[in-house]
Design a protein around this ligand. Structure first.
Ligand SMILES: Cc1ncc(COP(=O)(O)O)c(C=O)c1O
Length: 479
């Protein structure tokens, strides 16, 4: 098979890119069987793990179907959102478009459908009561919101509520002038990239990291400097000596490992930003869901040098489709960020902002959070209890008690065996997802990212029982 690797980044990403292009430009048509991983590894003089990881990445993106062992096939792309125009490829209109082509995907793991137990990360909690309340808030706001756009930065009433909320819950004391409402974390990242980065500028990204953030930065033309994370989060003494323009972190709940950035490292990171005169983007994506008595305050609350751009989102706590998030901006950046927001989409939708401001002012938002936190904690407990009971010491549970997912590292598994486990589970109606697509280079040991948001306590217990049976069957295959 003719595949040209472009020499940029890790081998598995190069291979995934080459295969993706072959699918998109029709060289590998729907249903084509990809070469067995061993064979391709031999042909390209790569390790088998590299080939496995590339296949896994493409499977997560929906380009291929099937599994190691039973064969991997090019998926029918008609069933997915259009990835590229159907016309034969024109030369890409710009460098941005060229880079975006290499990363544009429907997102992590949208493949498994109709499974009895779906542990995909990113599903929102289904909450009919919240839908009802939200509908009433929207109807009310539609009547009272003036039709003209006056606030690029966000409605003052909402920005005030966000300030009060951050002071109460995240230890961040700021004024509404520093807050900007944006269309999700994704827009926060793209605006930050536009304002702060020229093509080729260095950006530190945690390894592993949030897939969509990486994609946005690559498409913008950033040069990614991955920095390892461990049980205390970002390993700050491995930050690059050259000065990056931006450091992107998830300090409160590292995504996806779940580690909490320790206090000494938080201080070290802030000193680093001062010394190198770079900005820090703090993605506090699930800051609302901490199940310990004393969660650490946000990194931004320690930031005396005004170098931290804090991003919080309503995607996780309300609805993913709301597309609403907020940034807390260093004073020196406010005007440039507001300009970029204006140029991007003028302003976020006024009625939704007004509805949210009222929901927060009224106390409904915090009431909802209290209930959601309680329910999610019960789900998390059920999942962990089930893991202990049915998986025992065959998995190691990673991360801190927070958020909407748990990491289960598989003991005694290599990547190929982990793939086989995922396939076996899928065949029995259990959707499991690998940690590997969240890494630039495959991790030393395979792990699973288990999202527990979409299942009830009862179904999570059943799911874990089934997981235990799948592990038993995998053990039986060994003997
Ligand atoms: C690490 C991380 N950051 C941010 C987000 C939220 O992104 P958005 O606000 O664009 O929905 C997510 C959602 O899955 C996430 O996992």
């Amino acid at each position: 098979m003719f595949l040209e690797l472009d020499g940029h980044g890790p081998h598995y990403a190069q291979l995934a890119r080459a295969l993706r292009s072959a699918v998109l430009d029709g060289r590998l048509g729907t249903g084509t069987r990809l070469p067995p991983t061993r064979e391709l590894a031999r042909e390209l003089e790569l390790s088998r793990t590299t080939v496995l990881s590339a296949y896994e990445q493409l499977r997560a993106e929906g380009f291929i179907e099937g599994h190691t062992g039973s064969g991997s096939y090019v998926a029918s792309l008609q069933t997915h959102p259009p990835l590229l125009p159907a016309t034969p490829s024109i030369e890409s209109p710009s460098r941005y478009a060229q880079r975006a082509r290499t990363v544009r995907t429907p997102g992590i793991a949208t493949k498994h459908r109709g499974l009895r137990y779906e542990l995909q990360y990113g599903h929102s909690q289904i909450n009919p009561a919240l839908n009802g309340i939200w509908g009433r808030e929207l109807a009310r706001a539609a009547i009272y919101t003036p039709p003209q756009i006056t606030h690029v930065q966000g409605l003052p009433a909402l920005r005030k509520q966000i300030c009060d909320y951050l002071a109460r819950r995240r230890g961040v004391r700021i004024s509404p002038e520093q807050v900007m409402v944006v269309a999700g974390t994704q827009q926060a990242v793209t605006i930050a990239a536009r304002v702060l980065l020229d093509e080729g500028d260095a950006v530190v990204l945690e390894e592993p990291h949030y897939f969509s953030m990486h994609q946005a930065l690559i498409a913008h033309g950033a040069r990614i400097c991955p920095v390892r994370t461990d049980d205390e989060g970002l390993v700050c003494n491995e930050l690059p000596q050259i000065s990056p323009s931006l450091v992107c972190v998830t300090p409160s709940h590292q995504f996806p490992t779940g580690a909490v950035l320790s206090l000494p490292r938080r201080l070290e990171l802030l000193r680093y930003a001062e010394k190198h005169q770079c900005w820090i983007l703090e993605d506090d994506y699930d800051g609302e869901f901490r199940y310990t008595a004393h969660p650490l305050a946000a990194l931004r609350s320690l930031d005396k040098g005004d170098r931290v751009i804090y991003v919080g989102t309503f995607s996780k706590v309300l609805f993913g489709t709301l597309r609403m998030a907020y940034m807390v901006l260093p004073a020196a950046l406010v005007d440039d960020f507001v300009n970029a927001k204006y140029l991007s989409d003028v302003a976020s939708p006024g009625i939704e902002q007004a509805a949210l401001a009222h929901f927060m002012e009224d106390g409904g938002f915090e009431r909802h959070l209290r209930l959601a936190r309680k329910e999610l904690q019960a789900r998390r407990d059920a999942l962990i209890e089930g893991l202990h009971r049915y998986a025992g010491d065959r998995v190691e549970i990673g991360g801190s008690p927070a958020g909407m997912h748990v990491v289960a590292w598989l003991r005694g598994y290599d990547h190929a065996r982990a793939e086989a486990l995922i396939e076996l589970a899928q065949g029995r109606g259990l959707g499991l997802y690998s940690m590997t697509p969240h890494y630039l280079d495959p991790p030393a040991r395979p792990g699973l990212l288990l999202g527990y948001c979409g299942l009830s306590v009862t179904t999570l217990r059943e799911a874990m029982q089934l997981f235990g049976q799948c592990l038993d069957d995998m053990d039986a295959r060994q003997v």
